[in-house]
Design a protein around this ligand. Structure first.
Ligand SMILES: Nc1ncnc2c1ncn2[C@@H]1O[C@H](COP(=O)(O)OP(=O)(O)OP(=O)(O)O)[C@@H](O)[C@H]1O
Ligand SMILES: [Mg+2]
Length: 369
């Protein structure tokens, strides 16, 4: 009789089957001739091919346009050892855009140690790459921010000297003098520069967010109301699609208001004649924030999509750099500040855009109660 610690073989087998069926990595097995004998559900999702299409066909036929993949499988079949490729291999898919994947190919051995084929494991790296991109932005920003804050500090003192001198001068000039206009401009412009510098220093200084309960739906609703009013004379529509199941999140209400106001204003400003801005919220089930000793925390996604002019890839590289702007009256600090606020909430910010096809900014915030 089997002891309870050692489940009978059929149960063992069922467990193996469930593991392969449920694992998030694509698992594809093939025999020594390269004929595919196993294709799990994750493989179907990853490759965009169905199990029926692939079973009993040769890997060379199925992956015919994937040079790297074919070479790795061929080597594993021939040499009987494992091969790993963590570099960005772009997996082409029949009716979907390619995705970056990591590849692991290992020989499949019988109990007597003979090689009977290989098993291929593909992992979708889309999310990993997105996170890396967000971290890169945040890193670059903090470096630039620290440098800029040092500089800003140096500028503030002489600036207040200039302002003081302009005020003294103003007092010396009689009310009816045309020179009054000049001192007024000097004071106003110095104040403007001062405002920019303060924003910049704010960007770099480590600031402790004041965390409280934030009702995202209400916060976004208020911003949209305000923006609709501001765009009353323009041919601009705002749509708000809220997932009603999202409970209040933990965050700094002022900062989050500033974040979404910046993004929604940018979206509205990207539209020339007529267009639409759509704001939606949802719970992202694809990834979690893992904290030691705690349950994984899901993310809330807020997506701000516009039908505006969009951006080139070169532009997208620059938008998080302080003072980068393509607007006549832009300050170029909006997005760096957004990035900072998102980082302070341990979230990340993603941008997708194409010239002429609008832009989508997605804010992902971890959802702790
Ligand atoms: N939704 C968008 N569509 C197209 N371009 C955008 C969008 N959001 C930002 N950009 C580009 O990124 C640049 C930087 O944006 P950012 O918000 O940092 O500064 P700004 O809007 O130019 O000025 P400010 O926000 O300080 O008024 C913009 O000038 C614009 O070129
Ligand atoms: Mg802006």
């Amino acid at each position: 009789m089997a002891s309870p610690d050692f489940p009978p073989e059929s149960q063992d087998l069922q467990l193996y089957v469930r593991v392969v069926e449920n694992v998030e990595d694509a698992v594809v097995a093939m025999d020594q001739t390269g004929t595919i004998s196993l294709f799990n559900p994750a493989a179907e999702v990853c490759t965009g091919l169905s199990r029926r299409q692939c079973l009993r066909r040769s890997y060379e036929e199925i992956f015919h346009d994937q040079r790297t993949l074919i070479n790795l499988i061929r080597s594993a079949l021939r040499e009987g050892r494992s091969f790993v490729n963590f570099e960005d291999v772009l997996l082409q898919r029949p009716s979907a855009p390619p995705i970056p994947v990591s590849i692991l190919v290992s020989p499949l051995l019988t109990s007597s140690g003979h090689q009977e084929g290989v098993v291929l494991i593909l992992r979708d790296l889309t999310r990993v790459r997105e996170l890396e991109e967000a971290v890169r932005h945040a890193d670059r920003l903090s470096m630039i921010g620290t440098m800029a804050a040092g500089l800003a500090h140096e500028i503030k003192n002489p600036l207040s000297g200039i302002k003081g001198a302009a005020q003294l001068l103003d007092r010396e000039i009689t009310e009816d003098s045309q020179l009054k206009e000049y001192t007024r401009i000097m004071t106003r412009e110095v104040e403007r520069v001062n405002g920019i510098i303060e924003e910049l220093m704010d960007l770099a200084s480590p600031r402790q967010p004041v965390m409280g309960e934030v009702h995202l739906g209400k916060l976004l609703g208020d911003i949209v109301l305000f923006q609709r009013e501001a765009a009353r004379n323009r041919n601009l529509s705002f749509a708000l699609r809220l997932d009603p199941s999202i409970p209040p999140i933990r965050g700094d209400e002022n900062l989050l208001t500033r974040l979404f106001l910046n993004l929604i204003k940018n979206a509205a400003e990207s539209i020339d004649q007529q267009g639409a801005v759509e704001i939606s919220t949802r719970v992202a089930s694809e990834y979690h924030l893992n904290q030691p000793g705690d349950r994984p925390v899901p993310f809330i996604e807020v997506e701000i999509r516009d039908t505006g002019k969009g951006m080139t890839a070169a532009q997208m590289e620059q938008i998080f750099t302080p003072f980068f702007t393509t607007k006549n009256r832009g300050g170029g600090l909006g997005l760096p500040i957004c990035q900072k606020i998102v980082s302070e909430h341990r979230g990340f910010l993603k941008v997708e855009s194409q010239p002429g096809a609008g832009s989508t900014f997605t804010v992902s915030l971890p959802f702790y109660r």
